[in-house]
Design a protein around this ligand. Structure first.
Ligand code: PLP
Length: 482
């Protein structure tokens, strides 16, 4: 059986696809950011059973354009301001194509030496760019959620005397209740990791934060001491550099000191913001991180690398390896210990060649340009915040340390509950225009609008358009409710 396309067909289709991508990226502004399809609509246009007969590439591509594309929300759109905005940059896209062509599985060094070594190199470059000291081991995963779960598994394996790896935890009276601490604003992936590892969601302690949504190190210390007094085992603390709602930066140096005093593993979740430390004036966001035991940063969030690419670092690779190394007979190789076999540092056997796109992005931009785009995003966010502050009845409701602004429309005659509904109605109207896409969060129980700048193609015109649409929507919802 040969491939479905001949080499000549592949080359012709490939040129067309690249031309299409180039046009898409150039004209992406013309697509509605948020897809307008209703649930089930995309499927309804496509056959429900698989085809017996082959289709030509042009038939497949025509279905893609007609039926798939309308169902896309365009995360690569410069008007995408929801969640954390991201960029599939041109070098990242080309490298991803090469990764698919090579189609390697870097589970073992031997199964693709260059994939393993390029990953180690690219992650070391990233480490240097954010100003961390040497001595960190890096590995990519698909998401920060998996990276944090692996870090917490390593934190647990730091206590081999408990024999969790071998004997598990169920039904054992000799294993203390293990606790994980993070701020009340930490990402839900930490709770999920505790669920997946069998620690239990109830054993994730959400520590109070201060008025700027940063974890309180004194409250953390008290919580750990109280748990110890109850015979529990404080396993790990997760500090966040760039929380999901407000991009607050937990006081890592003080948290690291608490961890040192109590001998607890410190994991830092810098999924979104960690990379910003490559901007010289933002370098202080990484203060104290060198004292942590593990760290996650997601180049697929704010470093122009197409999804998926999460970078997990640890200063104790031997512990991560102790948690997960398992080599069945059919995977034994004669390569010595100097080669890293990625399958031994996590759950998955298979390992995608993600490093190529990260390496290509760092090379194609260069560190000065990367830093300058991140700096520009922060400047745009600061400018947007001044527009909001200057407008009667609008408030910026959290500090803006990076590229995300949390804000709210609060007309004087509206109760907090009524203002919640107004804000959600404004959000709906703005997102329905198809020009921009913003998301929301809750702070202090109140509905908050969120503008996240993170796409490399976003410039001031897109941010200004978002503001214009927000003001229009506010006047419409106010009139509609009078
Ligand atoms: N950590 C933080 C701070 C996040 O904001 C997010 C997602 O936005 C995550 C972790 C989870 O990221 P992922 O989708 O890569 O699992």
């Amino acid at each position: 059986m040969t491939d479905a396309l001949t080499p000549a067909e592949f080359a012709a289709a490939g040129h067309e696809v690249i031309d299409w991508i180039a046009r898409y990226l150039r004209e992406i502004d013309q697509y509605p950011v948020l897809s307008r399809v209703t649930p089930g609509e995309v499927r309804s246009h496509l056959p429900s059973s698989p085809p017996a007969a082959p289709a030509t590439w042009s038939e497949i591509f025509s279905d893609f354009e007609q039926h798939v594309l309308p169902g896309m929300t365009h995360w690569n759109h410069p008007g995408f301001f929801a969640y954390f905005a991201i960029t599939g940059s041109a070098p990242g896209i080309l490298a991803e194509l090469l990764t698919a062509a090579l189609n390697v599985n870097a589970m073992l060094w031997k199964t693709s030496p260059a994939a393993t070594e390029l990953e180690q190199l690219a992650l070391d470059w990233l480490r240097q760019l954010v100003g961390l000291s040497p001595g960190w081991f890096g590995i990519t995963t698909d998401t920060a959620s998996i990276s944090s779960m692996l870090a917490l598994a390593a934190a647990r394996e730091r206590r081999p005397d408990l024999e969790i790896r071998q004997r598990g935890m169920a039904g054992r009276t000799d294993v203390p209740t293990m606790r994980v601490y993070c701020s009340e604003h930490a990402h839900s992936s930490i709770d999920k990791a505790a669920i997946a590892l069998g620690l239990g969601a109830d054993n994730v302690v959400h520590i109070r934060s201060d008025a700027e949504y940063r974890m309180r190190a004194d409250a953390l210390s008290d919580a750990i001491a109280a748990d110890r007094a109850r015979g529990m085992l404080p396993l790990a603390v997760v500090a966040t550099v760039g929380t999901t709602s407000t991009t607050s930066i937990d006081p890592v140096p003080a948290i690291a000191e608490v961890c040192r005093q109590h001998d607890v593993w410190l994991h830092v979740d810098g999924a979104y913001a960690g990379v910003a430390a490559m901007v010289p004036e933002l370098r202080p966001i990484m203060a104290g991180v060198d004292q942590a035991d593990s760290l996650v940063m997601n180049p697929h969030k704010w470093l122009f690398t197409p999804v998926d690419c999460s970078a997990l670092y640890t200063r104790h690779p031997h512990i991560l390896k102790r948690a997960f190394a398992l080599v069945p007979d059919y995977l034994v190789t004669s390569v010595g210990d100097e080669a890293v076999d990625f399958m031994n540092y996590g759950v998955q056997l298979g390992h995608r060649f993600r490093a190529l796109k990260l390496w290509a992005v760092m090379r194609a931009f260069g560190s000065d340009a990367l830093a300058s785009v991140l700096r520009q995003h922060c400047a745009l966010a600061a400018k947007f915040a001044t527009w909001v502050e200057a407008q009667p009845h609008w408030q910026v409701v959290a500090p803006v340390p990076l590229s995300v602004v949390c804000f709210r429309y609060a007309p004087p005659n509206a109760s907090p509950e009524a203002a919640d509904s107004l804000n959600m109605a404004i959000l709906d109207r703005v997102n329905c225009t198809g020009r921009v896409y913003l998301s929301h969060t809750k702070l202090g129980g109140r509905a908050i609008l969120r503008l996240a700048i993170g796409n490399a193609r976003t410039d001031e015109s897109h941010v200004a358009e978002a503001w214009r649409l927000l003001l229009d929507a506010a006047s419409q919802v106010s009139v509609a409710r009078q």
